[in-house]
Write a protein that binds this ligand. Structure first.
Ligand code: ADP
Ligand code: MG
Length: 918
């Protein structure tokens, strides 16, 4: 049963595979001719291929020969021993045909879907070799640093035999080493380190020689769905402390919100206490209890007492029923009634919090205008028609009004984000606090996402909630989205065990299609249908019984959970029953990898978050295959089938046996929050299902549709994030190339000439009338506005200039002369360094301010959208204006940097540029 879109994909796949088969025949023919190569012949051949590329031979034509050489080299290495992570490892691989096929896909800008355990590390050597022949650098991006180093060391013997060098980068590596790593033919590294290096190269360097990267020629992204899609939800940011100690508004309002949240929790807690003790004593819930529970779900869904009650299960069916009724009829009315006493309402499904009237009143106590947005249009009209004010006063009033409305907007936004931070974001679940910083925990892996920040002020709100950074607000020095970083590569390719679900997104965002590569041996995984239980408690019981049953037979069992919290809960339950197991939620990749590697041993039971240890192969211990291979139990369906498949792929690799079982409950988040279970409501609340596992095709369908909907939502929000990153992306590339011009040029003459011209042209369009002939008084006004350094020349004010354009040209010429004459007292070297320093620091400072403005604009967007305008158009317009402002400010700073007083003593001249910078 193929859907139309997959039919198309199927056709595309077929045509690819046909062509690939043809190429493979050629590869194998070449390989035979390399059979009698001695070791040094490989490097010699590489040299030859490199020179042929240099002569313009095209990559496509070279591919069969290159691939054949790589495979022949791999064959040659067989049986030899090498060190990987200081342990001996015997090379035992030569590319299978399917691996060649995958390699071909990667040279044609595809994302290759290659199942887990099929040898993607070895596959990577094929495109890496081919592109390395260009000698323009070749990056391989992995999900973490551990894998970057492992893959690099593991594949090094092959590259060396072929006469190529490979290296890896890591965070905190000394710049010289890093530069050397980038200079290698092939460079491995984690995706975020590649992007951070790019940002650092363009924000902290003062000369070209300081840059560590050398361009963006080819990048192969391993685990492409994880890096290019899942992790691409938040941009990468380099930030630091603001220079001026502006009061951080989040810290300012945090105590008030904290108080609000506490009062609301108190409202719920007293009622919940009574309910818990009654229900756990076996007493049936009253109608009023049900209402209280629903109310608590609206008021404080993360409440610990509420969670305990729901875990009891006694009231859940009635609560569901109440909520369904509420959704069906008089929803708003009921909601109003229930939340009458509340200060705010939480909507978990939409991840949003809204203040009630009561909450607003509370917050207005300290500031009566907290929720008043000035009506700009009306006030502006009032000012305009007020005859008692002078023009100057009016303009002051207008700008005052604007400031006031900005403030009001900022305040509302702060309230909203703080409420979210308090009511929806839980410490040690959604984030951890480490080293005085809030670090985001990836909901899928349970691992910290290094260097990521939530956007739109949410991060600062969470920091304020945790009492961090009470001083200055942090400012962004540089930022880029993952998407826009990887789109810079001239050639991009990806591989993953799970990619086909993302075909459209890969195509639209990165221009890459997905091809599925068959596995080397047929996959014989046994996939059991999902089991559903009424409550989580029954679900966990079943999981434990199942795991223990299989484990006691000697079979290794891997239990995947969706969060660190769940994995710990399961581990505690196992401990209570004295069932030996290993818990895998370490925050250390290397440690994690060694645990995962052990997960295939006889009788080993491993509890792990779903994607922990991604990239590490689970090899089966002796005799395990005969017992049926690795048994995988998943305690939850993830928001996407793709992530479910990722877990399933950990068993039955390379023709091994293996089995999977999903054990779910109606209380699972995905069902509770997102799915429409109305067809099952009746049977759920009848209680007939208590203790039994349900299997039903309709349930499977509901689940699948829910997952598709959530993935579509996520994809939508990624697209919108990307859209909002686009204006800054264009601006970033302009500014970074200006920066490159500054740090690379010798004397900056052309640069200053141009900037002076632009500066004067801007000023002229602001000050001069557009008349054909311009009166002398305008000209003297313009000249008097010039900064000191541009002013000393002889301007002929008497003669009328024919047009504005001519005038701008003439004044710019004089201004440039004046600028150059300023430096005649100084040594050439000093003049040059001073010019460079001024340009660089003015540009960097103005750019940082501009980035801050853009962030504010983006944050304000959600308030704007209330006004029924298209937020993106508004943002693009504002971003464009702000960029103009950035340019003006940059030039203003640039020319005022050279005032006479700061340049009187030419004694700094020995200092390097770096010491000139603060
Ligand atoms: P993936 O990244 O696709 O999950 P890995 O690169 O981690 O897979 O490789 C999985 C295992 O397969 C490794 O132990 C590797 O040695 C083995 N392997 C890969 N390719 C070959 C090959 N051509 N011949 C023999 N073993 C191979
Ligand atoms: Mg891998």
């Amino acid at each position: 049963m193929l859907e139309p879109s997959s039919l198309l994909a199927d056709l595309k796949n077929k045509s690819f595979h046909r062509k690939a088969r043809r190429a493979i025949r050629k590869i194998e023919a070449f390989e035979r001719s390399f059979a009698d190569f001695c070791e040094s012949d490989f490097a010699a051949k590489t040299k030859e291929l490199k020179s042929r590329i240099g002569m313009g031979e095209n990559l496509e034509k070279l591919l069969p020969e290159a691939f054949a050489l790589v495979r022949a080299a791999a064959r040659r290495l067989r049986g030899k021993s090498f060190k990987v992570f200081s342990e001996d490892w015997v090379w035992n691989m030569a590319h299978y045909r399917v691996q060649l096929q995958a390699g071909i896909a990667l040279c044609k800008a595809y994302v290759a879907e290659v199942a887990t355990g099929e040898g993607k590390t070895l596959i990577a050597t094929l495109p890496a070799y081919l592109y390395a022949l260009h000698a323009k650098g070749c990056h391989i991006a992995t999900v973490n640093e551990y894998l970057a180093r492992r893959d690099c060391e593991w594949m090094r013997p092959l590259y060396s035999l072929l006469g190529l060098s490979c290296s890896y980068i890591y965070a905190g590596q000394p710049p010289e080493d890093k530069r050397r790593a980038y200079a290698a033919d092939i460079t491995y590294g984690s995706s975020s380190e590649f992007a951070f290096d790019y940002l650092r190269d363009n924000s902290t360097t003062t000369s070209l020689a300081e840059k560590v990267q050398r361009g963006f020629f080819f990048c192969l992204v391993d685990e492409a769905d994880s890096i290019l899609v899942d992790e691409a939800r938040t941009p990468l940011i380099i930030s630091g402390q603001a220079q001026e100690e502006d009061a951080n508004p989040y810290c300012l309002y945090s105590p008030q919100i904290n108080q609000l949240v506490r009062m609301q929790a108190k409202l719920c807690n007293s009622a919940l206490d009574g309910i818990f003790s009654r229900l756990s004593g076996g007493i049936e819930p009253l109608d009023s209890d049900i209402e209280e529970i629903v109310k608590a779900k609206i008021a404080d869904p993360r409440n610990k007492k509420l969670k305990r009650i729901l875990r009891l299960g006694a009231a859940n069916a009635a609560v569901e029923q109440f909520q369904t009724r509420m959704a069906a009829s008089f929803g708003e009315f009921e909601l109003e009634r229930l939340s009458r006493e509340l200060y705010y309402r939480v909507d978990e499904k939409n991840n949003s919090v809204s203040l009630t009237k009561k909450g607003q009143d509370f917050l207005s106590q300290s500031d009566s205008r907290a929720f008043v947005m000035p009506d700009l249009d009306r006030e502006r009209a009032a000012i305009a028609s007020d005859a008692s004010m002078s023009e100057k006063e009016k303009s002051q009033r207008r700008s005052g009004l604007l400031k006031e409305s900005e403030k009001a907007r900022e305040r509302l936004h702060c309230f909203a984000q703080l409420l979210k931070a308090f009511a929806l974001y839980e410490r040690d679940v959604d984030y951890i606090v480490r080293g005085g910083k809030v670090e985001i925990v990836d909901p899928n892996t349970g691992r910290v996402m290094e260097g990521r920040r939530w956007s739109e002020g949410l991060h600062q709100a969470v920091e304020a909630k945790e009492g961090l950074r009470s001083g200055a607000e942090s400012v962004t020095f540089a930022s880029i989205s993952i998407q826009n970083y990887f789109r810079m590569y001239r050639n991009l390719a990806g591989m993953s065990g799970t990619a086909r679900e993302l075909d459209d997104e890969f195509q639209q965002t990165y221009g890459m299609g997905v091809v599925e590569i068959p596995s080397n041996k047929a996959c014989i995984r046994k996939e059991n249908p999902d089991m559903f239980f009424l409550t989580k408690r029954e679900k966990y019981d079943k999981i434990i019984r199942l795991a223990e049953l299989e484990r006691s037979r000697g079979r290794p069992v891997l239990v995947g959970t969706s969060s660190v919290e769940d994995s710990e809960l399961l581990s505690r339950m196992l401990k209570m029953r004295r069932i030996p197991h290993q818990l895998l939620n370490a925050k250390n990749d290397a440690f994690e990898a060694s645990l995962v590697a052990r997960a295939g041993q006889r009788g080993q039971l491993t509890i792990a978050t779903n994607m922990a240890g991604r990239g590490t192969d689970i090899k089966l211990g002796e005799g395990v295959n005969e017992l049926g291979g690795l048994y995988i139990i998943s305690a939850e369906r993830q928001y996407s089938r793709r992530i479910d498949r990722q877990l399933m792929g950990r068993c039955a690799r390379q023709g091994d046996r293996g089995e999977t079982q999903f054990v779910l409950s109606f209380e699972d988040e995905i069902l509770r929050k997102y799915a429409d279970l109305s067809p099952f409501q009746k049977i759920i609340k009848s209680g007939k299902l208590r203790g039994t596992a349900v299997r039903h095709p309709l349930l499977d369908r509901i689940l699948r549709r829910t997952q598709e909907r959530i993935e579509a939502d996520y994809s939508g929000s990624r697209k919108s994030m990307l859209k909002f990153d686009n204006p800054s992306n264009k601006q970033r590339s302009i500014v970074y190339s200006m920066r490159d011009e500054i740090i690379s040029s010798e004397n900056l003459g052309d640069f200053y000439k141009r900037e002076i011209f632009e500066y004067i042209r801007d000023l002229a369009s602001e000050l001069l009338p557009s008349d054909a002939f311009i009166a002398p008084e305008y000209i003297s006004e313009l000249v008097s506005r010039l900064p000191e350094i541009l002013r000393s020349g002889g301007f002929d004010f008497e003669k009328r200039m024919p047009t504005r354009g001519k005038l701008v040209e003439k004044i710019s010429e004089e201004a440039f002369k004046s600028f150059e004459s300023f430096f005649c007292d100084f040594s050439a070297q000093y003049a040059c360094e001073a010019k460079k320093y001024a340009a660089l620091s003015s540009l960097d400072e103005a750019w940082r301010e501009h980035i801050g403005r853009l962030e504010d604009l983006r944050e304000a967007m959600f308030l704007r959208s209330y006004a029924q305008r298209d937020p993106y158009c508004e943002f693009e317009k504002d971003a464009f204006e702000s960029f103009g402002e950035f340019m003006r400010q940059f030039r203003e700073r640039l020319f005022s940097a050279f005032s006479k007083s700061t340049f009187q003593k030419p004694c700094l001249h020995t200092g390097s540029l770096r010491s000139l910078r603060r």
